[in-house]
Structure formats: structure tokens, C-alpha cells
Ligand binder design. Structure first.
Ligand code: KIV
Ligand code: ZN
Length: 498
């Protein structure tokens, strides 16, 4: 039978501990609302005793959120528990999350105590929390490095004291997946009252294994996973919500399910990233900018033939409209043709070959090719052969302390002509050479250069208007070299003079 895994989101508590990512109450409410839409089961809304701001956020989130349980963190300290209970007073469903360090490191070097005393404090904290709420989660901090026999004794005792959920954090992200799984299995097999509580995973990503450890914990008996959106959290972060949810969803054989509406994943990721000023790395699983982007020709061709050739998740499932076919110098004809079709251009094979060659020339100069670039390439292909005067080559010399000089070669009615001229700049020199060559008396009425998008490697568009014997003629061109674009635009206009 399929087992439900509870998703406990701690973006607003453990995630928010990242330096520089602090949120105000309004921002926390916005994220909590999105988490509710996403379908998380529990929202850990803060650590109320830590600051008035945290207290207030838990209060406000408790007032607004309907379905998920609202959870507040405490240490195993009565004052913390009282404040947490107070902050949860408006919550429809509430949980106190209390606990203490159980590893030898924490017992000796942080708490300056001994295992028996820690066990007693753990039990007292749980009993005290139960006076305020029915749902109490206990965390054994640094359980990842805690001796399993001792951990089992603590867990048995806190369940007896009333804990409904027992959290086994790998606080330092030290465990290997098999070790973490064995730890959970050890508790399942050695804690006599374990069936009275839900085991929760809480993994950190210091060795990049938080997701693997979480899944290993689940496969060995845990039924709650503590996660954050984008894996945000102190140091290397916490387990990523989206990775665990999609791993479970993609692997039916595991026979687990979550209540998450995966189509809300991308929206949640973007919201958290924006409000926390924490960019998502481009290659981040599921939510990275490149997670569904294909740039090599072989992969693009494969995806266009059958998406599953190179994609294990339909991007729509996580709220991404479609896979991105990124056109670069490594893209093939299939990807170019597909993108041109989306832009409503159809070309014969020969035309497509020509456009593909020009596309490769441009892609060598620019990193990414945009739709505007393609419009220009496609437009130029449609006009090919219709321009009576074509630029064959252009050479300019310019710069500080140099007299700008241009040598222009054009083909006109089947013949090629060359001319050199100087001017007050490279464009003026080139235009003078063209005018001398074609012996046309024209006046430049208007000359407009526009960069199409942003980068210095971008295409520049040039529009010109020339006057000849009282009539106006228009010319246009685009090129990464702005002088070339200018001369081509000029020739385009001159070519229209009969
Ligand atoms: O990593 C950890 O141990 C924690 C606990 C406070 C639950 O975040
Ligand atoms: Zn943690």
C-alpha cells in the first residue's frame, strides 16, 4: 500500500537562519501562503523565543494559515515552550518542536552535561510541551553523530512522555545514506513504542547528501521529511523540498506519495529566492534555470523527437511551461528548424542550410541566440537574391590618431567593384566609398542604430533613409558589426533606386 510522507517545511525557520536572508513578517506570510498552496503538511514558522519579530511572525502566520499544522521551535527550556505555546494561540492546528543535543559532542562540549541528565531534560521538555498542545515533536540534535543505543533510549523515553513525532536530525550533514538509513532502521527495530510516533528526517547538505539521506531514511521507516524550498539553510543548506518530492513522484516503485501539488514548485522556488535574495544555482535540480534546458545538438534533436529521451520529468509537472531549447553554436538544424517553426517560418531544406550557416556564424559571436536574432536571420533569408547590391567585403581602419579609411567591395549586376575612401569616422568613410563606387547622388536623411537587446555581443539594427532626386528610399540591416550593418542598410536603400 502506498505510504504518505508528511512534508514538514522549515524554510521559514531553519532556512531563514541563512545570514542575509532574513525576512520580515509580511514576507513570511507571503511565503507561508504559497507553502499552503504547495500543499505542505507542516509549516515550521519560527523560533518564537529568539526575537519579538519571530514571535510575531508565528502569531500572524497562525492567524492566516488554514490547512497545514503550524509548528514553533524551542529548546528544552520551559520559557521557550511557554513563549512558543503563546505564539501558536491562533493556530487551527499547532505543534511544538522541542529538543536537545544528544551526541557526545553536544552533551560534553555544548551542554556541559552527561547522557542521563540530557535524557531527563528531554523527557521533561516533552511533558511540559504536552501541557500546552497535543502535538509535540522532539528533536535529538546531532542524532547523525549520536550513538544508536543511546539514541534509541532517548527516543523511547520521549515517546513515553508524549512525543507524537521524533525527529532524527543529521545536524552537521555528516552521515552517508546507508548510515542514516541504518540509524532509522535501528530505531524502528529497537524502540518498543516506535509505532506510537512518526519518525522524521531532518538532513543537512554539508556533504551534498541531504536528499539521498532523506530518501534513505524514508525507505527505512521515516514518514515525515523536513525540508526547505530550494534547499535553503545554514552552511550548505537543508534537504530540498522539490528534490525529495519529485524523487518520490518519479519513482513509483518506491510506493510513497506526498500531498504536494508539484505544479506549484517553480512558483514557490522563485518566491523564496526573490524574497530571501538567494539566487538559485543554474544547475540546481528541478528548479535551476538550466534544469530543463537543452543546448547540445544531439540532446535537442533527441528531446524534439521524444521528450523522455533526455527528460525524466515533464517540466509542466513542476510549473515550468516547457523545456528550453537554448540555441547556441552547439545546436543542430533540428533545434533551429523547431524554433523557426514556433516563430511561424517554414524553409525549404536549401534555405534552412543557408540560414543554419549564418546562424552558426552569429552563434560563434554571441553566446545565446534570441528570437529577435532569428527573426532577422529568417527575414534576411526571405530577402536573399532580392537585393540588387550586395556587400562582398568591408575593411575599415579607425581609432584615435588614425584617419578613418574604408575599403568596400560590392557586387552589382554580377560584377564586383572595389573602392577606398576616408571620412570623419568608419561609417562616413564607408558611405563615401559606396557613393563613389555607385556614383549615385544621394543625401542621407536619417540614420538610426539600435542594439536589439542587451549585451555588447548583440546584433545592432540599422535603419537608413536616403533622398535621391526628391524621393525617399529606406534601407535596413542587422549585424553584430555595426559598421557592416550600416553599410548593408545603406546599400539596401541605394539598391531600391531604379
Ligand atoms: O539541524 C538541526 O538539528 C535542527 C534542529 C533544531 C531541529 O535544525
Ligand atoms: Zn537543521
Amino acid at each position: 500500500m502506498t505510504s504518505k510522507i508528511q512534508i514538514f517545511d522549515t524554510t521559514l525557520r531553519d532556512g531563514e537562519q541563512v545570514p542575509g536572508c532574513q525576512l520580515n513578517t509580511i514576507e513570511k506570510i507571503e511565503i507561508a501562503r504559497q507553502l499552503e498552496k504547495l500543499g505542505v503538511d507542516i509549516i515550521e514558522a519560527g523560533f518564537p523565543v529568539s526575537s519579538p519579530g519571530d514571535f510575531n511572525s508565528v502569531v500572524e502566520i497562525s492567524k492566516i494559515i488554514e490547512a497545514p499544522v503550524i509548528c514553533a521551535l524551542t529548546r528544552a527550556v520551559n520559557k521557550d515552550i511557554e513563549v512558543a505555546a503563546d505564539s501558536l494561540k491562533f493556530a487551527k492546528r499547532k505543534r511544538i518542536h522541542t529538543g536537545i543535543g544528544t551526541s557526545e559532542y553536544h552533551i560534553k562540549h555544548k551542554l556541559n552535561s552527561n547522557p542521563e541528565d540530557i535524557l531527563k531534560r528531554a523527557v521533561e521538555a516533552v511533558k511540559y510541551a504536552r501541557k500546552f498542545v497535543d502535538d509535540v515533536e522532539f528533536y535529538a540534535e546531532d542524532a547523525g553523530r549520536t550513538d544508536n543505543e543511546y539514541l534509541a533510549r532517548v527516543i523511547e523515553s520521549v515517546i513515553k512522555a508524549g512525543a507524537t513525532v521524533v525527529n532524527i536530525p543529521d545536524t552537521t550533514g555528516y552521515c552517508l545514506p546507508y548510515e542514516y538509513g541504518e540509524k532509522i532502521a535501528f530505531l524502528v527495530n529497537n524502540v518498543p513504542n516506535i509505532d506510537k510516533a512518526i519518525i522524521s528526517t531532518h538532513c543537512h547538505n554539508d556533504l551534498g547528501m541531504a536528499t539521498a539521506n532523506t530518501l534513505s531514511g524514508i525507505m527505512n521507516g521515516a514518514r515525515q521529511a523536513e525540508v526547505t524550498v530550494n534547499g535553503i539553510g545554514e552552511r550548505a543548506g537543508n534537504t530540498s523540498l522539490e528534490e525529495v518530492v519529485m524523487a518520490i513522484k518519479s519513482h513509483h516503485a518506491l510506493d510513497f506519495e506526498t500531498g504536494i501539488d508539484s505544479r506549484q514548485i517553480m512558483k514557490s522556488s522563485k518566491l523564496v529566492s526573490t524574497l530571501m535574495h538567494m539566487p538559485v544555482q543554474p544547475n540546481k535540480a528541478i528548479v535551476g534555470r538550466n534544469a530543463f534546458a537543452h543546448s547540445s545538438g544531439i540532446h535537442q534533436d533527441g528531446v524534439l523527437k521524444y521528450r523522455q529521451n533526455y527528460e525524466i520529468i515533464d517540466p509542466a509537472e513542476v510549473g515550468v511551461k516547457e523545456s528550453a531549447i537554448v540555441l547556441t553554436a552547439r545546436s543542430g538544424r533540428a533545434a533551429l528548424k523547431h524554433r523557426l517553426q514556433l516563430l511561424a517560418y517554414e524553409f525549404e531544406t536549401k534555405e534552412l542550410d543557408d540560414i543554419y550557416n549564418r546562424f552558426l556564424e552569429l552563434a560563434d559571436k554571441k553566446k545565446d541566440i534570441s528570437d529577435e536574432d532569428l527573426e532577422i536571420l529568417a527575414g534576411r533569408e526571405k530577402q536573399k537574391g532580392k537585393r540588387p547590391i550586395e556587400l562582398v567585403s568591408l575593411q575599415v581602419m579607425c581609432g584615435k590618431s588614425t584617419i578613418p579609411t574604408a575599403t568596400v567591395q560590392v557586387s552589382f549586376k554580377g560584377d564586383v567593384f572595389t573602392e577606398t575612401a576616408s571620412g570623419n569616422g568608419p561609417i562616413d568613410a564607408s558611405f563615401t566609398a559606396v557613393k563613389n563606387l555607385l556614383k549615385r547622388r544621394v543625401r542621407l536623411e536619417e540614420f538610426l542604430i539600435q542594439a536589439i537587446t542587451r549585451g555588447s555581443d548583440d546584433l545592432g539594427k540599422v535603419h537608413v533613409q536616403v533622398e535621391h532626386k526628391g524621393d525617399i528610399y529606406y534601407g535596413f540591416s542587422a549585424h553584430t558589426d555595426i559598421v557592416t550593418a550600416s553599410v548593408e542598410a545603406f546599400l539596401d536603400a541605394l539598391g531600391k533606386i531604379s
